[in-house]
Design a protein around this ligand. Structure first.
Ligand SMILES: NC(=O)c1ccc[n+]([C@@H]2O[C@H](COP(=O)([O-])OP(=O)(O)OC[C@H]3O[C@@H](n4cnc5c(N)ncnc54)[C@H](OP(=O)(O)O)[C@@H]3O)[C@@H](O)[C@H]2O)c1
Length: 302
């Protein structure tokens, strides 16, 4: 989990998610929704809830076995006769794998209503991706940046939208363009925070450059595996259920932005509990957002 939003837990009621038994799905129109990082945590909870609502959800993740068990839960949440797409395995720490993932998705779906860029990592040491980039920059920012670019056509075909999971941790993020790979100075929390700031800048630039409706959000402090490599998080594990919200509640704003008209014409680029969130002044720094977009395009070669 990450706990960077100091505000009290929200008043959004817990959703019953996969455990809610329904005879009929509630969606009036079935949307085609792609979710990255759907093998656990917030992404899995969103995939299950959106399936329960009757949507076609294409879950992606890097672990085939975790995706299999999430798919079983999606099938359990689906209405009788509803098809649940087979998930796609892809490791987003490789840009080549992101390209293959985009091809696989586009081969299945020529139109996409929602792309939910949700996957992220939070290692406690500096790691590098298959392409030699700092890992959190690679998985949390460059992978969704590239995947979205490669799926623009199917998104436009559907009049689709993009939802990206950011974090209140964006407030501690700063982007040093002179040391983008953090070779000179690496602090895990700063690296994570800047990747979440990058998610917000990506969101604002995506809309201004492509016209696609795009939003980001903070899910709150959620009891997931995100902090698995942190010793502090391991020690605090027994308290997690008390200090944090459930993945279902963390996924609530994602589900809402994916399905509500608000997500198709966002009022803001950063939400928290279905309302405009408290974004840092840096989040609105358009000049730096433009610069990051241009640098990212070079790094991923688009
Ligand atoms: N938990 C919180 O308190 C919190 C707070 C604010 C924001 N967030 C954000 O919420 C989002 C979801 O995180 P979470 O809390 O649900 O954590 P999580 O349980 O660790 O889920 C992260 C997901 O991303 C996947 N992933 C990680 N590295 C990947 C890679 N290289 N290739 C493909 N998939 C990869 C994970 O797959 P594996 O299962 O194989 O690891 C998992 O499905 C993230 O964007 C995170 O920054 C979380």
């Amino acid at each position: 989990m990450d706990r960077h939003d100091p505000r009290p837990a929200a008043d959004v009621p817990e959703r019953r998610g996969a455990h809610c038994l329904r005879a009929e799905p509630e969606a009036e129109t079935v949307a085609k929704i792609v979710i990255t990082g759907a093998s656990g945590g917030i992404g899995a909870a969103a995939a299950i809830e959106l399936t329960r609502q009757g949507h076609d959800v294409l879950a992606t993740g890097r672990s085939a076995s975790k995706l299999r068990s999430v798919r079983e839960r999606m099938v359990g949440a689906a209405a009788p006769g509803q098809t649940v797409p087979d998930p796609i395995v892809a490791d987003l720490s490789s840009l080549a794998a992101v390209r293959v993932l985009a091809e696989d998705i586009a081969a299945r779906w020529s139109s996409i209503d929602v792309l939910a860029n949700n996957a992220a990592v939070s290692p406690t040491r500096r790691e590098t991706s298959a392409d030699g980039y700092e890992m959190m920059l690679a998985v949390n920012h460059l992978a969704p940046f590239l995947l979205t670019h490669l799926l623009l056509e199917p998104l436009r075909a559907a009049g689709g939208r993009v939802v990206t999971t950011s974090s209140g941790a964006h407030r501690i993020g700063r982007i040093d363009f002179e040391d983008l790979q953090m070779e000179r100075s690496f602090r895990p929390i700063r690296a994570y925070g800047r990747s979440k700031l990058a998610n917000i800048w990506f969101t604002s630039e995506l809309t201004s450059r492509t016209g696609l409706p795009a939003s980001s959000y903070h899910p709150g402090a959620v009891n997931t595996d995100l902090g698995r490599s942190s010793r502090l998080a391991a020690l605090a594990k027994p308290l997690m259920g008390v200090l944090t919200r459930t993945p279902e509640k963390g996924a609530d704003t994602l589900v809402w932005l994916a399905t509500d008209p608000e997500g198709g014409a966002p009022r803001t680029i950063y939400y928290y509990d279905r309302k405009p969130g408290r974004m840092s002044a840096r989040g609105r720094d358009t000049a730096r957002a433009v610069r990051l977009w241009d640098v990212s395009a070079e790094l991923v070669d688009v």
